[in-house]
Design a protein around this ligand. Sequence first.
Ligand SMILES: NC(=O)c1ccc[n+]([C@@H]2O[C@H](COP(=O)([O-])OP(=O)(O)OC[C@H]3O[C@@H](n4cnc5c(N)ncnc54)[C@H](OP(=O)(O)O)[C@@H]3O)[C@@H](O)[C@H]2O)c1
Length: 328
Amino acid sequence: MLNNKTILITGGTGSFGNHFVEYVLKNYKPKKVIIYSRDEYKQFIMAEKFKDYKSILRFFIGDVRDKERFERALNGVDYVIHAAAMKQVPTCEYNPIEAVKTNINGAMNIIDGVLNTQSVKKVVALSTDKAVNPINLYGGTKLVSDKLFTAANAYVGDRDLSFSVVRYGNVAGSRGSVIPFFKNIVDNGVTELPITDFRMTRFWIDLNQGVELVIKALKEAKGGETFISKIPSFKITDLAQAMLPDCKLKEVGIREGEKLHEIMITKEDSMTTYEYEKHYIIYPQYSWWDNNKIIEGGKRVEAEFEYMSGNNHEWISIQQLKERLINI
Ligand SMILES: NC(=O)c1ccc[n+]([C@@H]2O[C@H](COP(=O)([O-])OP(=O)(O)OC[C@H]3O[C@@H](n4cnc5c(N)ncnc54)[C@H](OP(=O)(O)O)[C@@H]3O)[C@@H](O)[C@H]2O)c1
C-alpha cells in the first residue's frame, strides 16, 4: 500500500525515523519519502546513509512549531507519520514551555496543516506509555497530543482521511534507557549494578516491532484508534543478571518521574479496547465516534482489563534476555 505513495515523516532523522525509512525502502517502492526535521547535520548524515535512494528521499528543514512551513512540505503527500517530539523526561521538566510548544502546538500544526491540505489520506502519530496516567510533563504533553489526534477525526467530514495513534514503551537499547546505562557501567568493570526498585518491570519492544505497528496502522486505520503491540515483559533485576551474570544488585530508590511498571491500557480504557491476534486497539469514547469503524477480527477485552508490564502473561527469562541483548 506504500508503493507509489508519498510519505512524510516528521522527526525522520531520529531513531524511529531512520528505521522506518530503511524498512519502507526495503519493503516498498514509494514515490517519495520526505524527512521533516530541524537539524541539517542529522539530515546530511541520513542522506549519506541512504545515498542509493537519492531519487526517492527529500530532506525538508522545518520545525513542527511552524505550521506554514509544514503545510509547504505537505504538497502531494499521501501519508504522514508524526514522530518529532521532545522526549527526554528531565529536559521536558526543566523546559516545560518548550515541551508544550513542540509536543502540543506541534501536534496542533500537524492536524491543522493536514486538514488544510487535500492530498493526505492517513496520519499516524507516535505515542508512549508515559502518556498513560502521566506523572511527568513529557507524558502530559503526549497525552494531550494523543487526544488531539483522536479528536481530529471529528473534523474530516466526507474526506477520505484518518488520524490514529500508535503507542509503545521504551525501545530496547534506545538512548537514555536502562540497557545502554547498564552496558556503560559493566564496561567499566563494576561487580554491582544499581536498581532503582527491585519490583520494577518493563515491556520489551524493538524498533522493528514499532515500525511494523505503524505500517499496520497505516494499512488498517479508519480513524480514532490507538494501536498497542502485544509484547513480553521483563524484570529489571533479570536484565541486570543477563548483562552481568551473578552480579550483586543494589536498590537505589525510584527516580523522579519514573514508574514501577509501564502501562499501556488502563482499566478505564478497557471499556473500548479490543484484542486482536498481535495487538490491542483502544477506540475513542466520544459520542460522535462511529462504532462501525471498529476493525474486524477483534474481541472486546474483559471489564477491568489492564495492560501493564507488571501483570503481563508473557515474560522474558534471563536466558532469553541474554539472547536478545546480542542484537542490541
Ligand atoms: N525512543 C523510545 O524509546 C520511544 C518510546 C515510545 C515512544 N516514542 C515516541 O516515538 C517518537 C520518535 O522517537 P525517537 O526515539 O525516534 O526520537 P529521537 O531519536 O529523539 O528523534 C526525534 C526526532 O524529532 C526531530 N525533532 C525534534 N523536535 C522537532 C521539532 N520541533 N520539529 C521537527 N522535528 C523535530 C529530531 O530532529 P531535529 O532535532 O533535527 O529536529 C529527530 O529527528 C517520539 O514521538 C517519541 O515520543 C519513542
